[in-house]
Design a protein around this ligand. Sequence first.
Ligand SMILES: *[C@@H]1O[C@H](CO)[C@@H](O)[C@H](O)[C@H]1NC(C)=O
Ligand SMILES: *[C@@H]1O[C@H](CO)[C@@H](O)[C@H](O)[C@H]1NC(C)=O
Ligand SMILES: *[C@@H]1O[C@H](CO)[C@@H](O)[C@H](O)[C@H]1NC(C)=O
Ligand SMILES: *[C@@H]1O[C@H](CO)[C@@H](O)[C@H](O)[C@H]1NC(C)=O
Ligand SMILES: *[C@@H]1O[C@H](CO)[C@@H](O)[C@H](O)[C@H]1NC(C)=O
Ligand SMILES: *[C@@H]1O[C@H](CO)[C@@H](O)[C@H](O)[C@H]1NC(C)=O
Length: 338
Amino acid sequence: MRLLTTATILSLFLSSSSAQTTGKNPKRGLVSTPNPDFARDDPKWTNNSSPLSWYHNFDRIPLPAYDKFPQSEFEYVPTMWGMYSDKGDDTYFLGNITQLSKSRKIFHVLTFNLPDLLFEHGGSQMEPKVAAKVWIKNILPLREEHGVKVALPTVSDPRNGWLDPFLGNCTALNKGKECEYDFVSMHSFGKFEHLKENIGKWESKFPGKPIWVTEVGYNDQDLFTTQDFYNKSIEYMENSTIVERYAWFGAFRSELSNVGPNMAMLDKVGDFTQIGAWYMGQNMTVKTIDKVNSANADVCTLENPCGGSKKSAGVKVMDEQRIWVAAGATLFGMLLLA
Ligand SMILES: *[C@@H]1O[C@H](CO)[C@@H](O)[C@H](O)[C@H]1NC(C)=O
Ligand SMILES: *[C@@H]1O[C@H](CO)[C@@H](O)[C@H](O)[C@H]1NC(C)=O
Ligand SMILES: *[C@@H]1O[C@H](CO)[C@@H](O)[C@H](O)[C@H]1NC(C)=O
Ligand SMILES: *[C@@H]1O[C@H](CO)[C@@H](O)[C@H](O)[C@H]1NC(C)=O
Ligand SMILES: *[C@@H]1O[C@H](CO)[C@@H](O)[C@H](O)[C@H]1NC(C)=O
Ligand SMILES: *[C@@H]1O[C@H](CO)[C@@H](O)[C@H](O)[C@H]1NC(C)=O
């Protein structure tokens, strides 16, 4: 499937949310980055009119503020961020999720947050070989015995030589049976074309697998550019049949953001920014976009897979890393330090 038709002019009408103020949007979720100083901000994402249907928080425990919501209302998606013991031969994650499953049905889990990047760059720094072992012990049973849908590890690039050995080792350890997964997860920071290209990369590498864009934004831009990106990217992901879910980064106050103040969904006193209000389904308008894409040639698709040399991978990785110094740190609750 081509991401976009070759027609240069396309018109489409769609609301940037399928949800009206009373409904949930099945795609739209929250990257929860709670800050203990502003705990009063947490309920802002879940009040009666919230369109957000799911959240993740880099962790294995629901945020206490959201514990009261049943999965059907606000689905908690736990993350196995990395290894929880030195050798990675424990079953802590499996144990934790099995325990959690007594109080709420777990439908999905995310796995390994940027295992291809170093800790100092916000990654979970795992050897493919060790990661495969951890996966077999913790993730496979969740999928096979508990019916949980599992994501492939969230790498910075699906073609950078991490996922292939991971899957190879997993198959070897799994007695020759391929390690299966249900969806893929990715982050994208950069301009709109970059997002489309990224989605295309995952789509061509893992055809048919639903994509979750678990962090998305265009960091460090002026307000107009950020809002323009917001408008385009949200419409694009809403429209996409391959993007199953997405989460805007992020749900923090502008003064505390280290992806630039304009990506924040809360202002410095904790009120919604314009983007925050849009994301929360306020001021929804039906929009028309006529010139959808002028950079088709640069978009990776099934028919036009990227060779990896179109753009300097180094630049991209550096970009990701810079962001992930920030985002990776959320695990330790440090993301939003001023
Ligand atoms: C929306 O999706 C349809 C079918 O998948 C496609 O033809 C169209 O170009 C898409 N539009 C945008 C803006 O992505
Ligand atoms: C939900 O949040 C919006 C935006 O702050 C607010 O206008 C609305 O009153 C809130 N609703 C409830 C039930 O708290
Ligand atoms: C949950 O994980 C922690 C390690 O992070 C571990 O100490 C604990 O035993 C686990 N709980 C269960 C029920 O396995
Ligand atoms: C297993 O992973 C290691 C790197 O950790 C890699 O060198 C090796 O080729 C992988 N094995 C398979 C079968 O893919
Ligand atoms: C984004 O969309 C809103 C309507 O939802 C519109 O008011 C605003 O002007 C748009 N901004 C840009 C930069 O396209
Ligand atoms: C819509 O947004 C404008 C600011 O752009 C604000 O003044 C107005 O109160 C909002 N309306 C609703 C219903 O949220």
